[in-house]
Every structure is written in C-alpha cells, then in structure tokens.
Design a binder for this molecule. Structure first.
Ligand code: NAD
Length: 473
C-alpha cells in the first residue's frame, strides 16, 4: 500500500518520536525506555469452522508502556495484522493517552483475519478464544489491560469479550471494566460509538477557530461552509462525516474500498450508508458522480481531508497531488513521514492522529470509570439540577412578570444526561489538547509541524511520569 516501503509502521512511529525528542531535555536512556514496547504476546490457537475445518488463528496483544495502569487500546480484525503494526499502534496509544490526559499506558491487539470471510458464529468463537488466551497470560483485566473496538470490531465483539472474561473470573466485581466500547446493556457508556468521530470534529473545529492559523492557510475562521472529503465509511468515517455535516460543513466526497463518490452540494452519510446496505456499494448514489479509483478522492480540491480507514494511504508517491488545506488524521498512521515532509513544504496543516482520534479512548476512559463506580453518569444530580433550574426560572418569571415558551422552559430546566456529560467531557478534552499542542508549537519556531509538537507534549508527560516514579535516579 505504501510507496515508502523502506520503513515499517513501527519504525515510522520511532522516526516521528526521534524527530520530536530533539526538542526535549530528557536523558537518552529514558527516551529509549519510553520508545520501547514493554511486552509483546504473539499467539496461535485453533478454531473449528462451520464446515468442520480447523483453522489456526494468528493474533497479538502488545503492551507498549505500563507507566500508568491499565494499558489501553483497541483490537483490530484485519488480514493485514502483523506484529510490527500492533506494536506501532500500541506505541501511538501511549502517546495519545498522555496527550489527552487519560491515565493509561498504551496497548493494542490484533487478530489476523478478514472478518468478512467468517460467519458471526465463527467470529464469536475466535473472539472468545482470543479472550481466554489473554486471561491465561494475565493480559486482560480492569487493572491490567483494557481492549476496545478498532478496525473490523465493534460493540458485538466487546460484549463477547466481557462475557468470556466475566465467566472466567467469577465474582470479580469490576469485571465490566475489562473492555470498553460495550453495548449499554453490558456496561457501555452513552456516546462511545460516535466518540472518535466527534473528537475528530471537535479537534478540527478548534483549529479552524484559530484566526492566525486560518490566515496562514488562506481559509476563513470556523467550520461553516468548509468542504470535506472523508475516506472510509466505517465507525470513525461515518461519525466524522455526520458531525462535520451537522456542524455546517459540506462533505463533498466519500471513499470506501469499493470506490469513491463526489457530490458538490454535499453527501448525507446516513443516506449513503443505507444505499450501501441496500446495494452493497457506495457507488451510484443519487446525484453523485462515481470516481474512477477510490484513491482519487484523496486528491480532490477541498478544505479538509479526513482519512478514516487505514494506515499509509498517503505517502511520498501521492502526497504531492493532495490539494486539501487541512488533513485531519482520523485513522491511525494514514500519512507516512515522507508525506509529512511534502506537506510541511507545501504549507498544508496536518492535524495528527495521536491526538485527533483520541475521542475513542477518552470516552473509553469515561466508560471504565463508570464500570468501576457502578453508577450511570448523571444519575445522582440530573433531577436535583432540574429542580434547581425550575426554581430559578420561576423566580425570574415572577420578578420580570414574563413567561418563557414551553420549548425554552424544557431547554433551561434540562439536567445533564449521561450522553450530555460524556460529550461535554470529550469537548473539554479535545479543546484543551489542541491548545496545549499549539502552545508548544508556537513556543519553538524550530518545531516543523503539529505532529512533532504533539509528540513533544506526549514525551514530556510520559517522561515526567517515569521520572516521578523515581526508577531513574
Ligand atoms: P471500521 O472497520 O469501522 O471502518 C473502516 C472502514 O474503512 C471500513 O468501512 C472499510 O471498508 C474502509 N476501508 C478499508 N480500506 C479502504 C480503502 N482502501 N479506501 C477507503 N475505505 C477503506 O474501523 P474504524 O473503527 O472506523 O477505524 C478506522 C481507523 O480509525 C483505523 O485506523 C483505526 O485504528 C482508527 N481509530 C478507530 C477508533 C475507534 O474508536 N473505532 C479510535 C481511534 C482510531
């Protein structure tokens, strides 16, 4: 897929790290420790398929850093999974958690299968067996390592994981916290499913609200009216498209693995999703033009490009043809360092993956806290707040002699539900993370791009944590 084959994904992460480490003051040995993957568990296990065949499944779980516990990171189902990829993704999780102040170490898992080639029953057996292998080696648990959805997995797989874990650990009161991204009925939190896409939107919106940054890019301030291209209509791509559209932007093109479509007046992601469900493809969507190749979408004229599918899709070969002004890395590792170099040269702003797609892990953190506290967000205060608001409103109405409309009354009285609190926590997290990174970037004119500034921020936080542990006298 990549034109920059000389470096692996993990090596690319290391190269970005090294580029940023030069702007920090930390000891070389400490930097080496932060970079290293602490534990790699590579497993093989047999699963009997529907036709009676036995297939040997290859799978991984990597714990990149335990400077905070538990480790945290998704599980990917893809036939591209390999040890290097899982290590790279685990490392990105360490830096991502540090940037958004989520107190976890980085982890990641992967099963080398194309889920489209398996029945639901086969997938269930594979997922449950994988979980049992993790339990056997103490590689999963609310205080050890907490997986989540990633490419090719979702709520369904997470509920198989929590069910398998709980049955192997009877009586463990916090067992629901062994995995996040669960359905609500299994201990999930409202707002988790769309969290990564919403975080992408909040992060880009914050950047677009910075007048100096927009002036540099030749763009107007704000999201309203900006044109957006999205690659991938999975969880992250779908929700990114949805929140950009709802925020006033126009999603002019969407790419999937079977092709890409363009529609100048905007694509409604839900209509496209239903069209794909009915026809098996995003192509031939009403009012839209099919593009010759799915990668053509990446090279369209637009303000914001959101790669939300896989890694290495923009590399040294196609980067010179990319015309977007802002690239928001919703996927993990969609740009190679060669592509980064092209964009620095061209003055295109790359908003880096390891903080931009941190919405998922941020809300996973909220889900984990909910599981440990065994109480839904908002349960204790919602009614109290509504009663207080009603009293304040009644006072105001009696003092002014005026009445608000019924709709306004409901709006003013509304006490926060779980989803309101989750979205508010996510918005706060993404706004603070954006501003922290921008401050670092502005403070040192030698820092070439936002990715390096984000790494500097991550390295400083992880190094401080190690240093404060006192294990490096
Ligand atoms: P997903 O499986 O729900 O969706 C991925 C989509 O990309 C699929 O619809 C797939 O068909 C499509 N795709 C595959 N190859 C493509 C190609 N060549 N061109 C266009 N589309 C293609 O996965 P997801 O959870 O949305 O994850 C997408 C990316 O976001 C991954 O890099 C993942 O690591 C990252 N990410 C996900 C989360 C999360 O919460 N799910 C959080 C952080 C980062």
């Amino acid at each position: 897929m990549s034109a920059d084959q000389s470096y692996s994904f993990f090596q690319n992460v290391e190269r970005s790290f090294d580029k940023a480490a030069k702007f920090t003051k930390w000891d070389k040995g400490l930097l080496e420790q932060i970079k290293a993957c602490n534990s790699v568990y590579r497993m093989r296990f047999p699963v009997k398929m529907d036709d009676g065949r036995i297939e040997v499944i290859e799978a991984y779980r990597v714990q990149h850093s335990q400077h905070k516990s538990p480790c945290k990171g998704g599980i990917r189902f893809s036939d591209e999974v390999n040890q290097d990829e899982v290590m790279a993704l685990a490392a990105l999780m360490t830096y991502k958690c540090a940037i958004v102040n989520v107190p976890f170490g980085g982890g990641k898992g992967g099963i080398k299968i194309n889920p489209r080639n398996y029945s639901a029953y086969e997938l269930e057996k594979i997922t449950r067996r994988y979980t049992a292998e993790l339990v056997k080696k103490n590689f999963i648990g609310p205080g050890i390592d907490v997986p989540a959805p990633d490419y090719g997995t979702g709520e369904r797989e997470m509920s198989w994981i929590v069910d398998t874990y709980s049955s192997l650990k009877p009586g463990e009161i916090d067992s629901a916290g062994c995995v996040t991204g669960k359905p609500i009925s299994q201990g999930g939190v409202r707002g988790r499913k769309g969290a990564t896409g919403l975080g992408v939107f909040y992060g880009i919106r914050e950047v677009c609200n910075m007048p100096d940054m927009m002036k540099k890019l030749g763009l107007t301030t704000g999201i309203e009216g900006k044109t957006v291209v999205v690659q991938g209509l999975g969880n992250v791509g779908y929700h990114s498209a949805k929140f950009f559209r709802e925020g006033g932007a126009t999603v002019v093109a969407i790419a999937e693995y079977e092709g890409a479509i363009y529609k100048a007046d905007g694509i409604n992601e839900e209509e496209l999703f239903q069209h794909r469900k009915a026809t098996g493809s995003i192509l031939n969507f009403h009012g839209a033009t099919n593009l010759a190749k799915n990668t053509d979408a990446l090279e369209l004229e637009c303000d914001i490009l959101i790669p939300a599918a896989l890694e290495n899709v923009i590399n040294g070969e196609n980067a010179p043809r990319v015309k977007a002004k802002i690239i928001g890395e919703a996927a993990n590792g969609p740009l190679t360092p060669e592509a980064d170099a092209v964009f620095i040269e061209k003055g295109i702003l790359v908003v880096p993956d390891m903080y931009l797609n941190a919405g998922g892990v941020t809300v996973s953190y909220f889900e984990w806290l909910k599981n440990l506290s065994h109480v839904r967000y908002g349960r204790m205060e919602k009614r109290f707040d509504e009663n207080q608001n009603a009293k304040i409103l009644a006072q105001l109405e009696s003092l002014t002699g005026k009445k608000v409309t019924e709709k306004e009354r409901l709006n003013i009285m509304h006490g926060a539900d779980e989803v309101d609190l989750v979205h508010s926590g996510l918005e706060e997290t993404m706004i603070s993370a954006t501003n922290e990174i921008m401050e670092i970037w502005k403070s040192n004119p030698e820092i070439p791009d936002m990715r390096t500034a984000a790494y500097v921020n991550a390295i400083n936080k992880v190094a401080t944590s190690y240093a404060e542990l006192g294990i490096f006298p």
